[in-house]
Design a protein around this ligand. Structure first.
Ligand code: ATP
Ligand code: MG
Length: 434
């Protein structure tokens, strides 16, 4: 039987082989024609000397439209003219599915296609090796995140995405009609991962979609992203959480560099792995930095996109791509964060990567009285959060955790220009399909 090979596994020693793929290009020179067949891993040249090929087959393979899905069987011959060092001389071919003409967008043409066109035809866009490489790297990133968490004693969990209340403020909640009741899509697994801290599962992580009704048109916000959340018990301070985030990110970056080498080469990118420990700046220090750069923020004011960028420039000049900013004003942070008593600050942190926030985390308020007063201070009704508060009444350990936007991490790692480059089918204010 003829073995089925791909462009990575095909060998001259095979003698004959079948390769499945898409017609990337055809060059018909009259006496000979060449078809470039592309599959997931690369391309193979199908060489057709007119005299040696059965006429019907020659015609079929020289007139088929570009990007058709085909299956070609032939002799594998050595060749010093091709990158693979071999070529396929066809003896049979099946047209699995013919591509319409014209294509909605090209695959190899060197024309700039608009992002919208690309996203509308994502399946074709992904036929480009560099676009596909990003998603192979994303897959690897998830694998590495899981590995790092398991190595550090974290249990993977899944929490509900349709909920009776939000965790991250009302402004970005998506409402769902749940059998006549109002429900919300999860903005984060925050409340559930905290409830689990009271269960004895003392280290948990989740990789799952988070939904934010974010009415913003930026290159770093979408309405659905994949969040990597972790929560750990019995911490002494938020330092324990930052140290864990650091260990995990470092493992991921090193793994990407090593195990993603092939895809990184396709993208022409290198990943710089920052040295440990990552520098830690207080929010107050950052205020000083941005003021020094001419941005006059008031005490307690959010650093904002511009402030983050200025701190990024400052740290970049010192050779630091990755750094923590900690002790944000408690007013800026959600109810579940622990206040730094006697100060306007809180035990919270962000991890910033090249001038952009990729993660927020901190120590949580595990003392029920203080938690309830924080909920009230934020203008929320503790009764709506009773299912959550219940877990704090029967022995809740000290705990803390983080949420990392996985696409933001990937975007910064690969220096991609837009978060949409890291999401197969992005959702934003104007995009709900495909
Ligand atoms: P930002 O201020 O940048 O909008 P945030 O502080 O509102 O982010 P958090 O609630 O802290 O976001 O969420 C934790 C992480 O989730 C963020 O650090 C970010 O990496 C990611 N994230 C949050 N919102 C979005 C979004 N709309 N699109 C993509 N990623 C997001
Ligand atoms: Mg944040």
């Amino acid at each position: 039987m003829t073995p089925t090979r791909n462009t990575k596994t095909i060998r001259v020693e095979d003698g004959t082989a079948t390769v499945n793929g898409w017609v990337q290009d055809i060059r018909n020179l009259g006496g000979i024609s060449f078809l470039t067949l592309r599959d997931r891993y690369g391309t193979v040249q199908v060489t057709m000397p007119k005299k040696k090929i059965e006429p019907g087959l020659f015609d079929k393979l020289t007139t088929i439209s570009r990007e058709s899905a085909i299956s070609v069987t032939g002799e594998v011959k050595e060749s010093n003219q091709t990158a693979l060092g071999l070529e396929l001389i066809p003896t049979a071919a099946e047209i699995v599915s013919e591509a319409g003409v014209p294509l909605p967008m090209g695959v190899i043409d060197k024309v700039n296609v608009e992002m919208d066109t690309r996203l509308n035809h994502r399946f074709i866009d992904l036929r480009k090796p560099d676009v596909k490489a990003v998603f192979e790297l994303k897959s690897l990133m998830f694998e590495l995140i899981s590995e790092a968490c398991r190595k550090n004693g974290f249990t993977q969990i899944s929490t509900p995405k349709i909920n009776s209340s939000g965790a991250e403020g009302g402004a970005t909640l998506f409402t769902v009609d749940y059998f006549g009741k109002e429900a919300y899509l999860a903005q984060s697994p925050q409340l559930y991962k905290q409830i689990l801290m009271s269960s004895g599962l003392d280290r948990v992580f989740e990789i799952s979609p988070a939904f934010r009704a974010e009415n913003s048109h930026t290159t770093r916000h979408v309405t659905e992203f994949i969040s990597f959340d972790g929560e750990m018990s019995w911490i002494e301070s938020q330092d324990d959480v930052m140290s864990m985030v650091e260990i995990i990110i470092d493992y991921v970056l090193k793994g990407m560099k090593e195990r993603g080498a092939e895809q990184l080469e396709i993208l022409g990118k290198e990943i710089d792995v920052p040295a440990l420990p990552y520098p830690r700046l207080t929010y107050e220090e950052c205020l000083g930095i941005v003021r020094g750069k001419g941005l006059n923020l008031k005490d307690g004011e959010d650093l904002g996109t511009e402030g983050e960028k200025l701190v990024g420039d400052y740290m970049g000049e010192k050779g630091f791509d990755m750094y923590f900013i900690y002790e944000y004003p408690e007013e800026e942070k959600p109810f579940y964060i622990m206040e730094k008593d006697g100060t306007p600050y809180s035990y919270s942190f962000d991890l910033d990567y090249k001038g952009q926030e990729i993660s927020s985390g901190g120590q949580r308020e595990h003392r029920i009285d203080k938690l309830i007063s924080r909920i009230e201070k934020k203008g929320l009704n503790p009764e709506d959060l009773e299912f959550y508060l219940e877990a704090f009444r029967y022995g809740m350990p000290s705990h803390g955790g983080w949420g990392i936007g996985t696409e933001r991490l990937l975007v910064k790692m690969l220096d991609l220009p837009n978060i949409r480059e890291a999401i197969l089918f992005p959702r934003d204010v104007t995009r709900l399909s495909p």
